[in-house]
Every structure is written in structure tokens, then in C-alpha cells.
Design a protein around this ligand. Structure first.
Ligand code: EPU
Length: 417
């Protein structure tokens, strides 16, 4: 199993390009199931989660042709097998995103329930309830969701909580339904908007994406399209934090600050200087950061996917910060690992109280989930001496060529096989 060896203490400097967004690419790959025409995508990140999704789609009969470094063409004209097995879904929860498109296009689907996950229970009952409201007959047998519908019907759906993949699944299903679907309490995440933009270029009739009410007027058929995946706002935020923690000065290109308002605001509060360009961001960090408190919540509030990285920067900031996690019930797995590096963190329910220390010391730590791993990388970059991060397969799920990008910024990072 690969590990990452980091020698901390070098301020990051220089320039690096950001990749396409994992959480936009995953639903958009599933959107290919909605048409028998080719869907051409660019700026697709090369990540483990993407190759898992391509394997899942391939098993269903979707043809995948790679096109250059970050492009591909998906062809679901010969969709034969509307099944997502437990073996696939258990390795990647986002596999549930095939449920809506399969049901809409094939009239049936057999998709494994994802089961629990390191960061929380993460049930999918809102996806199921929404599809039932659209007329699907759904049963759960032997851990599988069995769904049937001759043609889905438009419906008014109000989800109990804001759910990103739930909104995406229902929006995709509604594209081919008979009549209008209204999704209330919809997720407003930029990735939902990127998916909607792709669907619209495939002929879908969607309005309101990016607000909490999305209206979809069902059509008979979708057609092929070309779409460029949006930049990864969480990868961008992670590199900004790495620069902030190390007292660095970096410029991130092929990205946008447009969806990072709350993250940029917190970095400004921490004392960083940030310059926003049309498709680049530069950050210059002070000698010592100021502690910044935050509370995670659905977009446009502070993203849960950036919570762990801000925990890491608060560990070495001046002052005390309170970090409140409101989306997932178990997303503090990185705390004990950060404490192995010398951090002072106290957990009280869903609050973490972080008292900044003047330095961290390298140690061996274990990655537990994707964003927790990112926080350990940031802590390792700032710690004195060597930090060895075990189980970095979590990182490979969501950060493209991370050691190469960090090395480009001057960090001492090595993958150990
Ligand atoms: N929830 C339910 N029932 C449902 C759906 C959601 O109780 O039917 C709960 C979840 O358990 C959670 C909350 O609602 O407590 C929000 O979950 P959501 O459904 O929004 O999460 P998700 O769609 O499974 C996506 C991202 C996550 C990101 C969350 C929150 C993808 C593929 N994943 O997950 O990304 O943390 O939204 O923004 O888009 C990551 O990239 O590291 C990651 C975990």
C-alpha cells in the first residue's frame, strides 16, 4: 500500500494548474446513460473514483474512448446491463448516481445500497423517495434497490434535507420523465449547476439550478453534447490552505475563485493576501496565521469538504478556533491523527476546539478518508521533520497527481511503495 513521505518546513511557492472537479465529473459521467448518442467530456480529472465510475459504466455496456490527456467520449448506445453491483458501490458511494439515469432510460435498475461510510451513515432514502414520487416502483431486496417504471412522471419533490447527489440523481431522472418535476430544497452546489449545464446541452429543459428550487420539464430524448468539467473548488481550496499553512506564496491556474467565497473569506480572516484573476488565484501567507472559527453547511456556506484542511491550519495558528461540523456526524477522524503531530484539539459533540501551537512535529499518521488525508498532508508540510502518511489510496480518489503538484510548488514529498 502506498504511503506519502513528507519533509515539512518548506514554504510553498510557484504556480500549478488545478484539475477538473471530481464531484462534478462523477454525476456527469452518469449523465451519459441518459442518451444513445456520444457524450464528449473534457477536463476530466484522472482519479481513482473516476476510473471506478468508468469501470461501473463499462460493465453496463457504456463504451469509453479516451481522447487526449483529460478528454473522453462515452457511448451508451448499447446499454445492456442496468446493474450496479455491491462490489462496485461499496468502493464508491457516488455509484448511486446511476440509479436515476438508468431508471429513466431503461425503465429498470438494480443498484446496490451503499452501506455506511467512514464519515457518517449517509443513507440514500431521499433518492428513493424522490423516484417513488415520480412513479417508480422500488423495493429493497438483499441489499439492492430494485427500481421499475415504464416512464417516470413529473412530480413535486421536497427533500427532507439538502442532498447533493440526491438532487443530482432526481434531476437526471426527471430529464426523461413525462411532465414537469419540481425539486424543492435542492442543493445549490456549483457541481449541481455544472451537471445541469451539461444536461441542458444534451437537450434537457432545466431552470433554477443553483437555487433551491429546480424545475425540469421532461423531454422524450436527450442527445449527445460536448462539455468541459468545471475546475475543482475543493482541490483549489486545499492547495490554498497548504500555502497558507507553510507561509507560502503560490498561484493556482485553470481554476476560479467564483465558488470559493467562504473559503477565501476565511483565509483573508486568517491574515492571507489573496488576488483573484479570471481563471487563477494567488495567495500570499503571513508569517503566522490567525485562528479562524467556522461552521460547515450546504453551499453557499462553508463546505464540509474543506473542514479538515482548515482544522490543519488552525493547529498552527495564533489563537483558538471552534470548528462546527453540521453535515456529517463522524467527520472528525483526522483529529486524533493531527494530535499525533502535536496538535491541541478537543472534541465536544460536533464542535472541535483547536488551540494553535507554534509548531507540529512529524510522525507516522493514517489517512481515514479523502479530506482527512488532505489535512494530514497540510499538517505534514508544516511539521518539523518527517511525516509518513499511510493509506494514501484515499488521497488518490480525489487529488490528481498530488505529490507531483506539491513538488512543483517546492515541497519535499515522496510516494513510498
Ligand atoms: N442524507 C440523508 N439521506 C439521503 C441523502 C443524504 O440522510 O437520502 C444526509 C447525509 O447522510 C448527510 C447529508 O444528508 O448527512 C448531506 O449529504 P449529501 O447527500 O449532500 O452528500 P453526498 O451527496 O453523498 C456529496 C459529495 C461529498 C460532500 C457532500 C456534502 C459527491 C460525489 N460527494 O456527497 O463529497 O461531502 O456532498 O457537500 O458529490 C468528498 O468529495 O470528499 C465528499 C465526501
Amino acid at each position: 500500500m502506498d504511503k506519502l513521505l513528507i519533509v515539512g518546513g518548506t514554504p510553498l511557492s510557484g504556480e500549478v494548474a488545478m484539475s477538473g472537479a471530481k464531484n462534478a465529473a462523477l454525476p456527469i459521467l452518469c449523465a451519459s446513460l441518459l442518451t444513445s448518442d456520444p457524450l464528449q467530456l473534457t477536463n476530466v480529472p484522472q482519479l481513482k473514483d473516476i476510473s471506478t465510475m468508468l469501470r461501473l459504466l463499462g460493465d453496463m455496456g457504456v463504451g469509453v474512448t479516451m481522447d487526449g490527456v483529460d478528454g473522453m467520449v462515452l457511448d451508451a448506445s448499447a446499454l445492456t446491463n442496468p446493474v450496479a453491483s455491491y462490489e462496485m458501490v461499496k468502493t464508491m458511494r457516488a455509484s448511486i448516481l446511476v440509479l436515476g439515469p438508468l431508471l429513466a432510460r431503461c425503465g429498470e435498475a438494480r443498484v446496490s445500497l451503499p452501506g455506511g461510510c467512514a464519515i457518517g451513515a449517509r443513507p440514500v432514502e431521499q433518492h428513493i423517495k424522490g423516484l417513488q414520487a415520480m412513479g417508480a416502483e422500488i423495493t429493497v431486496e438483499q441489499g439492492y434497490v430494485l427500481a421499475k417504471a415504464s416512464r417516470l412522471k413529473g412530480a413535486r419533490i421536497c427533500t427532507d434535507m439538502v442532498t447533493v447527489t440526491g438532487t443530482e440523481n432526481l434531476m437526471m431522472a426527471a430529464c426523461l420523465a413525462d411532465g414537469e418535476t419540481i425539486i424543492e430544497n435542492a442543493a445549490r452546489e456549483p457541481e449541481v449547476v455544472d451537471l445541469a449545464n451539461c444536461l441542458v446541452s444534451m437537450g434537457a429543459r432545466i431552470s433554477g439550478a443553483g437555487t433551491d428550487i429546480i424545475r425540469i420539464q421532461g423531454v422524450e430524448k436527450l442527445h449527445g453534447a460536448t462539455h468541459a468539467i468545471m475546475p475543482d473548488r475543493i482541490e483549489t481550496g486545499t492547495y490554498l490552505c497548504a500555502a497558507a499553512a507553510t507561509g507560502g506564496d503560490i498561484r493556482l491556474t485553470r481554476t476560479s475563485a467564483a465558488y470559493l467565497d467562504t473559503v477565501v473569506d476565511k483565509l483573508l480572516d486568517a491574515g492571507c493576501d489573496i488576488t483573484v484573476e479570471r481563471d487563477a488565484i494567488r495567495i500570499r501567507a503571513p508569517q503566522r496565521l490567525k485562528a479562524v472559527s467556522l461552521r460547515t453547511a450546504p453551499y453557499p456556506a462553508f463546505p464540509t469538504d474543506m473542514q479538515a484542511q482548515f482544522m490543519a491550519i488552525n493547529c498552527i495558528a495564533d489563537g483558538v478556533a471552534t470548528i462546527r461540523e453540521t453535515i456529517f456526524e463522524n467527520r472528525f477522524m483526522h483529529v486524533n491523527e493531527l494530535m499525533r503531530l502535536g496538535a491541541n484539539i478537543q472534541i465536544e459533540g460536533n464542535n472541535a476546539i483547536v488551540r494553535g501551537c507554534d509548531h507540529l512535529e512529524g510522525a507516522t499518521v493514517m489517512a481515514t478518508d479523502l479530506r482527512a488525508s488532505a489535512s494530514l498532508v497540510i499538517a505534514g508540510l508544516v511539521a518539523r521533520g518527517e511525516t509518513l502518511i499511510d493509506r494514501i489510496y484515499h488521497l488518490d480518489r480525489g487529488y490528481e497527481r498530488i505529490e507531483e503538484k506539491l513538488e512543483k510548488l517546492g515541497a519535499q514529498v515522496k510516494r513510498v511503495h
